[in-house]
Design a protein. Structure first.
Length: 297
């Protein structure tokens, strides 16, 4: 099936290898149509578990790579909001919407396991008549990706661990301001490590709430940890965002010790979750590297 041009309703094109898929072709075709109306995409790919490829999100998600011709007027958060307005059933509950939007040239130029797996295995939902979509032909250096991810993890996870230790010590000494800031800084490091291990490049923000939005589908346990249910409100993320600035510069900053202890406990639990899922991802890269090794004669 040839990729559809801009003015034709998009229809999914599967990769060459037939694998089990969880998506509804009509739903993803409608998603692609809505995105093509809002943006000027070069192509749109559905990848990960929903497309029958290498798992990406832990929660069942529409993992979408949108490659654009030019810099779009909207960011990935705007695009997700737009889809939820156009398709109220998409991204509410499961499956979730997990959107990656980058220039087509950037996607090709980056040595990223995310971009490689999306281009290699993803279902082509849409392709502009100005772009010829090509799947990568060379194998990806997953052993190198595993080494890079492990190095980044070791370097920056330890910094997060140090801030977490400082937070605990400051709290026992009743240094509330220092404890609050160190707790928030530890969370920023843990989110950054999680993003980098999964994607192979850095995310361009240090805002804990946006970092959570970007990584929330990678571990269902993060949902339980930071997102409220119908009965129990959870305010940890907005509080951590406030701690980063106010704990350093606001002379009237105050938080009750009991509340701070609750936020610190959640960040300590986050530490364990991030450690577990990052090690699982690095193990996956090593397994993919072994699969690509030529058989011995």
């Amino acid at each position: 099936m040839e990729p559809v041009p801009n003015d034709t309703p998009p229809m999914p094109e599967p990769p060459a290898t037939e694998t089990p898929r969880l998506y509804d072709p009509g739903v993803v075709a409608r998603i692609a149509q809505c995105l093509s109306e809002l943006l000027d995409p070069a192509y749109i790919l559905l990848f990960g578990s929903m497309a029958g490829g290498t798992p990406h999100s832990d929660a069942l998600s529409y993992d979408l790579l949108i490659a654009t011709h030019d810099t779009p007027q909207y960011n990935w958060l705007d695009v997700r909001r737009y889809l939820k307005m156009k398709m109220p059933g998409a991204g509410h509950g499961a499956p979730y919407l997990n959107i990656y939007m980058y220039a087509a040239n950037y996607v090709v130029s980056q040595s990223s396991p995310l971009f490689y797996l999306a281009r290699k295995e993803g279902v082509l939902l849409y392709c502009s008549d100005r772009h010829k979509f090509k799947r990568p032909k060379r194998p990806y250096p997953f052993s190198e990706a595993a080494c890079n991810a492990k190095h980044y993890y070791t370097t920056f996870m330890s910094l997060g661990d140090q801030f977490l230790e400082q937070a605990g010590t400051a709290l026992t000494e009743n240094k509330i301001r220092q404890a609050a800031f160190a707790t928030a800084q530890a969370a920023v490091y843990f989110f950054q490590v999680l993003f980098r291990v999964y994607h192979g490049f850095d995310f361009d923000t240090r805002d804990v709430m946006i970092l959570h939005e970007r990584t929330r589908t990678l571990s269902a346990e993060l949902f339980l940890l930071f997102e409220s249910d119908s009965f129990t409100p959870i305010h940890t993320l907005p509080c951590l965002r406030r701690f980063i600035i106010n704990a350093r510069y606001d002379s009237s900053f105050f938080i009750h010790v009991t509340e701070l202890e609750q936020h610190l406990d959640r960040v300590e639990r986050m530490q364990s979750i991030v450690e577990k899922v990052c090690m699982q991802r690095i193990d996956l890269y090593n397994e993919l590297a072994r699969q690509d090794e030529p058989d011995e004669p």
